[in-house]
Design a binder for this molecule. Structure first.
Ligand SMILES: Cc1cc2nc3c(=O)[nH]c(=O)nc-3n(C[C@H](O)[C@H](O)[C@H](O)COP(=O)(O)OP(=O)(O)OC[C@H]3O[C@@H](n4cnc5c(N)ncnc54)[C@H](O)[C@@H]3O)c2cc1C
Length: 384
């Protein structure tokens, strides 16, 4: 019997756990997920917590229960050290050995946010606690001058777009004074990293029609009590700043696995096997990917590919290897839409704005929560 240990119960780790159980019977494979907390949050819906459409209790599930139902083990523990030479992982609840290891501990959001000068004057629109504090702060303000953006090199801007739209919607619906400035890293503006100029032109128009000030081709480098400093030296007044930091693999991972110049784990694609380590895989926000964006969909596709690779190598079964792309369904308070980017024989881009995506985003989120991230179909193209 093969022993698989999965570190991290997020989108990537739980996808691997579900899919391995689909492909291997309990007597063929023992699967253990180790993660900091048994309560897992569906974080892509967090911006909608600022509206009345979603409640906090609708965003979480119990991963220990979900894994138990699937015949997998779940250990609620802190991962402290990964020892690839002895095939062991040291945790706050003891040491675990493995035949195969899947590292899915997410990106180093907290580590990188705390290194932004003046981060104590800003929120980070990633964890639940910050979204709840942003909501509370917004409700207490009579005038809002919000600045939302990313650190230089941050690989996901979708949450910034949603937060900017929702704050603007709140300002309007409460009838208070205010402004929202959205800083995009690409000089082309919103979704500027997608190789289709028509998309960013349409998206920029949409954001400007909502009254959002766009600062393009810049990023946030420092927060102060009443302003934000950008990479290009702008000083923008702000009484509500939120920044998504640059990402990398967390230190516990960087200490153990090979990383590229940006700090992401170096993997072979499309299998997500760690370079030079035959029995170790790395997926999700901490790993190098096929596209620059680090997304939940990307993490789940990577998880599918790991399970397909093990299915083929250990049992000779054929399962698809997917291509990663970008799917951003955004709920912006008053408006909603979807950006999809996939590379098959050629890049394919869809950008649609419609209120229907508010409902679709919420339905998809519920599906993720109720299934414990067991959503096997990602509509992604496969390798031949
Ligand atoms: C507000 C917001 C909106 C987003 N919207 C979208 C969207 O619309 N579409 C999309 O595709 N993506 C979206 N994303 C991105 C997406 O959420 C991430 O890409 C995704 O969470 C990455 O999944 P992961 O499995 O790599 O890591 P995570 O989901 O972060 O899971 C990592 C797990 O590991 C655990 N862990 C970490 N360190 C340790 C340790 N040392 N010991 C034990 N456990 C540990 C964590 O507690 C966590 O449970 C959004 C992100 C945010 C913040």
């Amino acid at each position: 019997m093969k022993k698989v240990v999965i570190l991290g119960a997020g989108y990537g780790g739980l996808t691997v756990a579900h899919r391995l159980r689909d492909y291997f019977r309990p007597e063929e494979m023992d699967v253990t997920v180790i993660s900091r907390e048994r309560t897992v949050y569906e974080n892509t819906i967090f911006p909608a917590l600022l509206t009345d459409d979603v409640r906090e209790d609708e965003t979480r599930f119990d991963a220990m229960e979900t894994m138990g139902r699937r015949g997998n083990h779940f250990v609620e523990a802190e991962v402290e050290e990964i020892l690839t030479e002895s095939n062991e992982v040291r945790t706050s609840k003891g040491t675990f050995d493995y035949d195969y290891l899947v590292v899915a501990l997410g990106g180093a959001y907290e580590e990188n946010f705390s290194s932004i000068p003046g981060s104590e004057h800003a929120f980070m629109h990633h964890p639940l606690t910050h979204f709840l504090r942003i909501k509370e702060r917004l409700l207490s303000m009579d005038e809002v001058n919000a600045v939302i953006g990313n650190s230089t090199g941050s690989p996901i801007e979708g949450p910034s777009y949603q937060l900017a739209l929702i704050i603007m919607h709140q300002i309007r619906s409460r009838g208070i004074k205010g402004s929202v400035t959205l800083v995009t890293q690409s000089p082309k503006g919103v979704f500027g990293m997608i190789p289709s100029p028509g998309v960013s032109e349409a998206a920029n128009r949409l954001f400007m029609e909502q009254g959002i000030n766009l600062v393009m081709g810049d990023s946030l480098v420092e927060a102060r009590r009443d302003k934000v400093i950008t990479k290009n030296g702008r000083e923008v007044e702000s009484n509500l700043t939120s920044i998504l930091p640059k990402l990398s693999a967390p230190k516990v991972v960087r200490d153990a696995l090979p990383v590229n110049k940006d700090g992401y784990v170096d993997v072979e694609l499309p299998s997500f096997r760690v370079k030079g380590l035959q029995n170790v895989f790395a997926v999700g926000d901490l790993a190098q990917g096929m596209v620059q964006a680090r997304t939940a969909r990307g993490a789940m596709i990577a998880g599918e590919n790991v399970a397909s690779t093990l299915g083929k190598e250990l049992k000779g079964i054929q399962r698809p290897l997917y291509r990663q792309g970008v799917l951003c369904v955004f709920h912006g308070g008053g408006i909603a839409g979807m950006l999809r980017f996939d590379v098959d024989e050629r890049p394919r881009v869809n950008f649609v704005v419609s209120p229907i995506f508010t409902k679709l985003k919420i339905i998809y989120s519920r599906l993720l929560v109720r299934s414990g991230f067991n959503v096997p179909y990602h509509a992604a193209p496969t390798f031949a």
